[in-house]
Design a protein around this ligand. Structure first.
Ligand code: FES
Length: 105
């Protein structure tokens, strides 16, 4: 367990979630990663997982957004050329890697 900031009673680790990846043991070829959370955290986690050797096709991110129509009509959930409501919400990293690097998309 890790927290961004701990109070005086916290005895665990302090840092960012991706710091925990360094201590995780896994066989990259046998690993599939499912990532959810704030987009900045997912972007950093996805790159950290790829750097640990997990194939980018095996890294999946949940791009949940506020939705309105849920049938790909209103554009409320548009994420680049995709609509999260009908094309996602889970995308493999290669499909959205360029979008993750784009601010405010
Ligand atoms: S919620 Fe309307 S297009 Fe996705």
């Amino acid at each position: 367990m890790i927290v961004d900031r701990g109070d005086a009673s916290w005895r665990g680790r302090v840092g960012v979630l991706t710091d925990l990846l360094d201590s995780c043991r896994f066989e990259p070829a046998d690993t599939i990663a499912m990532v959810c959370g704030p987009e900045v955290m997912m972007r950093i986690a996805a790159h950290a997982l790829a750097n640990r050797g997990i194939a980018e096709d095996d890294i999946h991110l949940s791009m949940e957004r506020n939705m309105k129509c849920a049938i790909g009509v209103c554009g409320h959930c548009q994420f680049g050329p995709s609509f999260v409501c009908k094309d996602g919400p889970v995308f493999a990293l290669p499909r959205i890697a360029a979008l993750l690097a784009t601010r405010e998309i």
